[in-house]
Design a protein around this ligand. Structure first.
Ligand SMILES: [Zn+2]
Length: 240
């Protein structure tokens, strides 16, 4: 076994591989949650859109009612005036305006009725949609809570691993650590490999010259594979 005071690059790499696995699992959560919520979110969005539309229709309906009220009082006023016209010309003029106002009023009342009908239908649809959204939401909620809990647990594991990595890396000679980080920084999964029992690179399986094998087994210096550049450590029999 390895002496506790100094870490090996192989040991560091083992932690890094665990870290990568945990981070990859962590990244799976967002798409999972998004997929899970998709139907409920789509319905909730529909509810919101329809609510806005309903509000617009109600405002428009109120505007029509106000306008119709104004035309009704104008009609009453014109009807009063008809009683006090002084000649036929005046009567014709008042009558003409009265007809105009009545026609406009009729149009508006018609429009308001049609709008009220739309509003009633939209309200029914809104209720249906709200119910469907609630059902969809209730259906995914337990699984969502479960996923969030799993993510929380994984986040704790990740924090512990990150801590462990920091402590472990501090036990590795600075020069070795730099070589290791440089190789892994190039987005290679592995920076360290062991010699195989017959003296090949454990990563690319190219044979390593005997003299270099010996140096690696002695563990005197950090040596890279000439073929693939990975850092080579002694095989299983010699070290961790
Ligand atoms: Zn190699």
């Amino acid at each position: 076994m390895m002496d506790e005071s100094s870490g090996t690059l192989k040991g560091l790499q083992d932690i890094d591989l665990l870290l990568e696995k945990a981070r990859a699992r962590m990244e799976e959560f967002d798409p999972l949650l998004a997929d899970l919520e998709k139907p409920a979110l789509a319905l909730e969005e529909e509810v919101a859109t329809l609510k806005n539309r309903l509000q617009e229709m109600k405002l428009e309906e109120r505007r029509l009612e106000h306008s119709a009220d104004a035309r009704r009082s104008r009609t009453r006023m014109l009807q009063e005036r008809l009683k006090s016209v002084r000649n036929l010309r005046e009567e014709a003029a008042v009558q003409a305006e009265l007809d105009l106002v009545r026609r406009a009023l009729e149009g508006e009342e018609h429009e308001a009725l049609a709008l009220l009908d739309h509003i009633r239908k939209a309200e029914v649809r809104l209720e249906e949609l709200q119910l469907a959204a609630k059902v969809a939401r209730d259906e995914v909620e337990p699984r969502r809570i479960e996923l969030l809990k799993e993510r929380e647990v994984l986040a704790e594991e990740l924090a512990i691993l990150e801590d462990r990595r920091k402590v472990y890396a501090a036990r590795i000679p600075a020069g070795e650590l730099r070589s290791y980080e440089r190789i892994r920084g190039g987005h290679r999964t592995l920076a360290v490999a062991s010699l195989t029992p017959d003296g090949a690179c454990g990563y690319c399986f190219n044979m390593v010259p005997i003299q270099i094998q010996n140096e690696i087994r002695r563990g005197a210096a950090l040596i890279s594979c000439e073929a693939c550049g990975i850092l080579l450590g002694p095989g299983e029999e010699g070290a961790p």
